[in-house]
Design a protein. Structure first.
Lengths: 192, 279
């Protein structure tokens, strides 16, 4: 049983991505980038119009998150994951440009999983509702793109040992499917 | 006739907004610890460990438990022999503004549903008021996050659908919600009333203390049955598989029109927040 967390550093190499298997607990250090719905749409528009992007995507790890305000004395407010699925339609294009890891919560679409297999990327589940705990692993925050979007701007977060779980690996093995299947008791489906 | 000062309302609401967001209820915390003991999935246990650790951090450092500090949903019991000199709803909204700004809570309310624009102070609150006998004002602030709210649903069943129809609707809703409402969830169910009343019952149901059963044994049994069925789906903590998918199921009922059987399911994530004060 994969019970010990392994340490990995962002940006991620292909070698590390290939070595990560579904169900593996990880502690992520290095630099990750927050990006939510609006930013995804912006990046997607730039990509489809062949315009230059404000950040280099190759090797990077994206975190679907929008933090609470920062209290004085803290680096960042509580910052748990938001539902990744809302960014599914923009994701294959980002994976094609080299995004290697995504941190969020909830299922991903078939198109995203196929793109993860094709371009070698991994999707990590971060625990929703553990936002203050996650914030403890953030060492610094810097706006790097789209400052006019305020809280929805792309932020570079330097993190140390952010806890996550490989939910879907680069071979498409999906814990959102295999997990519940393993624990499902034989329940007779109620037909109307 | 007893008069309550506006300032007391404002300060009480502000305080409840902050404490609801930082300090999880003792019953929920205990239920999470029990869930941790019951959970056999190693990943599920890791997730529950993080959730429990997070509550300790949020409480001691006065930080919000979740970055989604929710819509300020407020239940009032207004004593008929009490009055507030001035604008009660205005005071409540002022309290929400004060609590969310001073408490460093996230402002998540968009002023026009289609045109956009953040209100920047998490107002307006959604206020549900009932007038009761007496001289007191009871205020419950129950911040409700968007993720679990998105996974909620109402359906106009027919009376012929009966209890089996209710069970199927609830179970189907939990299954299709899957990981999205951040399981383990608390399930609020409203049965009866009208199209708009069943969802209100479902939300009110979420205020109940974990472990407290419906006073009618028929519905108490249904609550236990549904909890068992939901935990057998295997969805588990954060939908990654496990034995604990729901911490509890609460049903609220009301008389219905003879031609209808409205049922509403309001899912709450494990960050089940509500704090009450009586003025």
């Amino acid at each position: 049983m994969k019970n010990t967390a392994i340490k990995i550093t962002a940006p991620l190499t292909d070698k590390v991505v290939r070595s990560l298997k579904t169900g593996q607990k990880v502690l992520i250090s290095g630099t990750i980038y927050t990006a939510r719905d609006t930013v995804h749409k912006r990046l997607y528009d730039l990509i489809t119009r062949n315009k230059p992007l404000p950040i280099e995507l190759n090797g990077q790890v994206i975190y679907y998150a929008g933090p609470a305000p920062t209290k004085p004395g803290y680096v960042i407010g509580p910052i748990g994951p938001t539902t990744a699925g809302r960014c599914d339609r923009y994701t294959p294009a980002l994976l094609k440009l080299g995004v290697k890891g995504m941190l969020g919560k909830g299922k991903r679409s078939t198109e995203v999983i196929n793109a993860m297999r094709k371009y070698k990327a991994v999707y990590f589940a971060v625990t929703g509702g553990a936002a203050a705990l996650i914030a403890k692993s953030v060492r610094s925050i810097k706006i790097v793109a789209f400052p006019e979007l305020g809280p929805e701007a792309i932020n570079a977060l330097v993190v140390k040992d952010l806890p996550a779980i490989v939910a879907i690996d680069c071979r498409g093995r999906n814990l959102y499917e295999s997990g519940p299947k393993k624990y499902r008791n034989k329940v007779k489906k109620e037909k109307k | 006739m007893r008069t309550i000062p506006i300032k007391t309302v404002i300060d009480t609401v502000a305080d409840l907004c902050r404490t609801a967001n930082n300090n999880i209820g003792g019953d929920v915390f205990k239920a999470l610890q029990i869930a941790r003991r019951k959970e056999t999935s190693p990943i599920g246990r890791e997730i529950l460990d993080q959730i429990i650790e997070n509550h300790k951090i949020a409480r001691s450092k006065k930080l919000p438990i979740c970055q989604d500090c929710g819509y300020a949903v407020i239940f009032l019991e207004i004593g008929s022999e009490m009055r507030v000199r001035g604008d009660l709803y205005g005071a409540i909204n002022q309290g929400v503004r004060k609590g969310y700004v001073q408490g460093y809570l996230r402002k998540s309310i968009i002023s026009d549903p289609l045109k956009g624009g953040n209100t920047d102070d998490n107002t307006p609150a959604i206020i549900h008021a009932e007038i009761v006998p007496g001289t007191r004002l009871k205020i419950t602030v129950a911040p409700k996050g968007g993720g679990s709210e998105n996974m909620s649903s109402v359906k106009m069943l027919t009376p012929g659908d009966g209890i089996e129809g209710v069970k199927k609707f609830v179970l189907d809703q939990v299954l299709s919600a899957g990981a999205n409402p951040c399981p383990p969830v608390i399930v609020g169910i409203g049965i009866g009333g009208n199209f708009e009343y069943a969802p209100y019952l479902a939300k009110k149901a979420l205020l109940r203390r974990i472990g407290k059963r419906h006073h009618d044994s028929y519905y108490a049994r249904l609550e236990v049955d549904l909890l068992r069925s939901i935990n057998r789906t295997g969805i588990g903590p954060m939908g990654l598989g496990g034995r604990v998918t729901a911490l509890d199921v609460f049903i609220e009922t009301f008389p219905r029109h003879l031609a209808t059987l409205p049922v509403a399911v309001n899912l709450n994530c494990h960050v089940a927040r509500h704090k009450t004060a009586i003025i």
